[in-house]
Design a protein around this ligand. Structure first.
Ligand code: FO1
Length: 315
């Protein structure tokens, strides 16, 4: 009899690493992964969902782990033809990856929801875990910078996170509803895991959806977060720069303050054990372990550590 699932909220590359670790130690149907879709954007009339694809490709074992996104064995012939035609596509879409976006766009045009489309793509890729978007409604991260407003991908890829960020908001979030699988997970799951990802770019879009922040705060089971900042630096991406620009302390303490009302247990890397007391003073139970996931064994051991905490806390 399947136990009630674990709900893992994930965005970006770091989140997918822990999701892979969890997938290696849990029955597939007990792992429900909710992907941030604030990064989604239309390129060449194709709907691209980067964080869904990173999770889907990772669980299907076909992701390009060096690049951190997209597919292994990728070729770039379509991209080259676009350059030949004098366009300047700053968002690189590989030939195999285009297959995903073409199929997703076709199915959306047939009025399937993004959740249904994701399930169909997963079935064909042999992914048995449950992956769902945070919402079937459009929610888009908007980055307010000193040089004007940018979409997530313009900020992250076109301008390589260089612009100074003044604010971040999520267009469509107030009208959006959590996806059916997300809503079901918030009511039925036995634990909730914030996979290590950028709080402002991967967690906030999810929490911005109508009613979600309150449902997370009221969630009955244990809520566990892992700091994406180790020793004052982000493992990957702009998390540290954004903490600074948005006026937070650039440390795992700064991140703990962000998670203060959202989690019961906050996991630090061993390198940050000197912050243990400061975070405990915030009233958050804190644990330390190795959170740097370089190898598959690292991903599995962090997943085992997190899973063990859901058991102790829960029972
Ligand atoms: N990241 C880049 O830095 N450069 C790219 O050209 C790029 C293309 C791309 C295409 C499809 C896709 O699913 C992801 C892609 N990413 C690229 C990563 C993307 O920006 C993601 O949103 C980040 O991984 C953060 O979640």
């Amino acid at each position: 009899m399947t136990k009630s699932p674990i709900l893992a909220l994930s965005g970006g590359v770091g989140g997918a690493k822990l999701v892979l670790g969890l997938s290696k130690i849990m029955p597939p149907k007990e792992l429900v992964v909710i992907a941030n879709t604030g990064d989604d954007e239309i390129f060449h009339n194709l709907h691209v969902s980067p964080d869904i694809d990173t999770i889907m490709y990772t669980l299907a074992g076909i992701s390009d782990t060096d690049r951190g996104w997209g597919l292994s064995r990728e070729t770039w012939n379509a991209q080259e033809m676009l350059l030949t035609y004098g366009t300047n596509p700053w968002f690189n879409l590989g030939d195999r990856d285009l297959g995903t976006h073409i199929r997703r766009t076709d199915l959306l045009a047939q009025n399937f929801t993004l959740s249904e489309v994701t399930r169909k793509l997963c079935e064909h890729l042999g992914v048995n875990q449950i992956i769902a978007p945070m919402s079937d409604d459009p929610v888009r991260t908007r980055i307010k910078t000193k040089n004007g407003d940018l979409s997530f991908q313009e900020y992250f890829v076109k301008y390589q996170c260089k612009p100074f960020v003044k604010d971040i908001n999520f267009s469509g979030s107030k009208l959006a509803a959590p996806s059916p699988i997300f809503l079901n997970g918030l009511n039925q799951a036995r634990a909730l895991i914030f996979c290590p990802s950028n709080p402002f770019l991967s967690v906030d879009p999810i929490l911005s959806i109508n009613g979600v922040r309150k449902s997370v705060i009221d969630f009955k089971g244990p809520k566990i977060a892992i700091s994406p900042i180790v020793d004052g630096k982000a493992i990957k991406g702009p998390a540290a720069k954004l903490l600074l620009e948005l006026g937070h302390e650039v440390s795992s303490v700064g991140v703990a303050r962000y998670f203060r009302d959202l989690c019961d247990i906050f996991i630090l890397d061993n390198k940050d054990s000197h912050n243990l007391n400061a975070i405990k003073h915030l009233g958050i139970e804190t644990r330390t372990t190795n959170t740097i996931m370089k190898t598959e064994a690292d991903k599995i051991s962090l997943a085992e550590f997190v899973l063990s905490l859901t058991k102790t806390f829960h029972d």
